[in-house]
Design a protein around this ligand. Structure first.
Ligand code: FE
Length: 159
């Protein structure tokens, strides 16, 4: 599917906030995405598409297309979920206290559409010391095609 036309609100460039009711989201999101995004679900560790990925590119919100993380902020946390030490922009995300399941955690939501993404923990690497632990299901990845091409060309020149 053309990812730029995933649903009526999906856009990688529109920064206007998206405010839909859950029954509206249910109509336009795949069931697995809806479960994570709107019902705060969690995929099983080591099962997602991206926990073990090292490809260069950008991760977007799978519900609304908001740019969330760059691959150069991704690190191998071995926790079974894709982990990042910082978002693309401060307002890419919003933070909510989460005291469910008897734990004190900080929930991370998409700054544009409010989709549940995962949690942030204070045991990440420098420079931030943070670990954004994010469900693969709610991420859309776009490979840095142009950047990669340029790198390959430059590498070719210097040989
Ligand atoms: Fe979103």
């Amino acid at each position: 599917m053309d990812s730029s036309k995933k649903n009526s609100v999906y856009s990688k460039t529109d920064t206007n906030k998206v405010d839909l009711k859950n029954d509206e989201w249910a109509k336009i999101l795949p069931k697995d995405v809806y479960t994570i995004a709107r019902q705060k679900g969690t995929e099983r560790p080591f099962t997602g598409q991206f926990w073990d990925s090292n490809e260069g590119g950008t991760y977007y919100c799978a519900a609304c297309g908001n740019p969330l993380f760059e691959s150069n902020a991704k690190f191998d946390s071995s926790c079974g979920w894709p982990s990042f030490f910082e978002p693309i922009k401060k307002d890419s995300l919003v933070y909510k206290p989460d005291n469910s399941y008897g734990m004190k955690r900080t929930e991370v939501e998409c700054g544009r559409c409010g989709a549940h993404l995962g949690h942030v923990f204070e045991d990440g690497p420098p420079p931030t010391g943070l670990r954004y632990c994010i469900n693969s299901v709610i991420l859309d990845f776009e490979k840095a095609k142009e950047a990669e091409k340029k790198f390959d060309e430059d590498a070719g020149k210097s040989k």
